[in-house]
Design a protein around this ligand. Structure first.
Ligand code: CTP
Length: 476
């Protein structure tokens, strides 16, 4: 795969020639480093950002590059970090001066000093991220690979350039990055590294929740998220980050009756749903759909293991968890909450004969989330019994068909009352009062139950009847 010693093909983009020219003008050595080089060698799609390291001032180099570009892009300077960024051709190009870093125990912020390219490569997270591609005229396109990153790329290995205890302790976010890269790329984490993550796991406490969530999201968005969650679990990180999830682990037995292990089940559900959706929040809903099962678990002499009300408890836990993790507390949270709350509804329907009224209620309650709810419930089928697996899927197919049929006929989704409150007030000559609410909800119930169609005339007749029952007289 990496036979050629020269990789100038990776540097076809005009921007590299310009950076090379700017470096020469300033008499600086410069290199492309990090994700761009790694992803180019792995042939992983179009790059979004490019990291440039220069032995000198990154800010000065960025300004020179901007001056050489026809559109003279704005240079954003981050003085505190000694870095600068500019945009060209939809690419974010980040410039940093080569440096050495030394860290203290209680902070992610290192003491930084100017250094050589070698120093800079040393301080990077993984050998596959420390590959530097020369932009200098005399060895343009040559890879500088002091830690055998190319070998590790070939062997699909996540390995730190330094002693892993140092690399992870310096910046504990890297423990999550290791697991995230292993999940995204399908690589293995070297054993020593995995052990070091376990030893250093408590250092994750100094990392901001936003950064943790960023990595969790990337794990969740990969092809097989269970790979990442299994590693998080094995290293002890998951228990520190999402204890609500690890609380689901384990099987208890009373009187010869067992329940399933809801943690490993959850991971299967997440993998299943990931085959059918790339939506991050639907994947979060799958991850959290059973979290209410740990606090509600009970053994009942008559019915065995129950998790009664776990959907309701789980929905409340979603809010708390989103708040704690600094996840958005907006409509995304409400969406996840609602899916968790409703996560058993289609299952209950599918278990029984699928009636129109049950389906109408389901559509009414789920609204626009109905499709996603069905996707979640189908992913929830993890039985290893092929007969049951088939039966459950067939039942869900029936529910889906029924949803389509009922919706085409009754238009329950985004239900709007066919008779408005104003009209009820006008007809019965009423001021705002509780009777209006009673009549409106009776109309809604009658439609959902199938007593009347979801149409104006039928609803108006029903309203007059209901008004009479309440002792109201239509105005003349
Ligand atoms: N890096 C590091 N330690 C970190 C973050 C980043 O050593 N905690 C270094 C790595 O060399 C990395 C480079 O900075 O390759 C750029 O970081 P970033 O843009 O976050 O990641 P990429 O490797 O580019 O990968 P991705 O875009 O997939 O996150």
């Amino acid at each position: 795969m990496y036979k050629n010693k020269n990789y100038s093909k990776a540097l076809n983009h005009n921007i590299f020639k310009i950076i090379s020219q700017a470096s020469e003008d300033l008499n600086l050595e410069s290199y492309v480093i990090g994700g761009f080089v790694r992803d180019h060698l792995l042939q992983r799609g179009e790059p979004k950002d490019i990291d440039i390291v220069t032995v000198g001032s990154g800010i000065e180099l960025a300004k020179k590059v901007s001056a050489l570009l026809p559109h003279k892009p704005k240079v954003q300077v981050f003085k505190n970090y000694g870095t600068a960024m500019l945009r060209a051709d939809n690419l974010e190009i980040e410039f940093v001066g080569a440096r050495t870093e030394s860290y203290s125990q209680d902070s992610r912020n290192p003491v930084v000093e100017d250094g050589t390219l070698g120093d800079d490569q040393n301080r990077r997270d993984f050998t596959i991220n420390a590959l530097a591609l020369s932009l200098n005229k005399d060895n343009y396109g040559e890879i500088l690979d002091p830690f055998n990153g190319l070998e590790d790329l070939k062997n699909q290995l996540i390995k730190t350039p330094l002693d892993p205890d140092i690399t992870y302790s310096d910046d504990p976010l890297r423990m999550l990055r290791a697991i995230r890269f292993a999940t995204q790329l399908g690589f293995k984490i070297e054993t020593e590294s995995l052990q070091a993550i376990n030893r250093n796991k408590y250092r994750i406490k100094i990392i901001s929740r936003e950064r943790i969530v960023d990595e969790l999201n990337k794990i969740l968005l990969s092809e097989k998220p269970s790979v990442g969650f299994t590693l998080l679990h094995r290293t002890g990180l998951l228990h520190l980050i999402l204890p609500q999830l690890t609380a689901l682990e384990g099987i208890e037995e009373v009187d010869g009756q067992k329940h399933k292990d809801n943690f490993w089940h959850t991971l299967e559900v997440v993998d299943n749903i990931s085959k059918n959706t790339d939506d991050l929040w639907l994947r979060w809903a799958a991850l959290l759909h059973d979290i209410g099962k740990a606090p509600t678990k009970r053994f009942d002499d008559k019915i065995g293991w129950t998790f009664h009300g776990h959907e309701f408890t789980g929905a409340k836990m979603v809010y708390k968890l989103f708040k704690e993790m600094h996840l958005p507390l907006n409509e995304k949270m409400k969406y996840v909450q609602k899916l968790v709350l409703m996560s058993s509804r289609p299952i209950v329907i599918a278990d029984e004969t699928v009636t129109d009224s049950a389906v109408r209620r389901l559509i009414f309650d789920a609204g626009d989330y109905i499709e996603d709810l069905m996707t979640l419930c189908e992913a929830d089928i993890t039985t290893k019994n092929p007969k049951r697996f088939k039966k459950y899927h067939n039942n869900f197919q029936k529910v889906r068909e029924k949803i389509k049929e009922v919706e085409e006929r009754d238009h329950i989704r985004n239900f709007q009352p066919p008779v408005t409150g104003e009209e009820i007030m006008e007809i019965f000559n009423l001021k705002p009062s509780k009777e209006i609410g009673i009549i409106k909800s009776a109309i809604k119930e009658a439609i959902l139950e199938g007593l009347i169609p979801n149409e104006y005339e039928a609803a108006k007749d029903f309203m007059l009847k209901k008004g009479k029952e309440l002792g109201l007289q239509p105005a003349q």
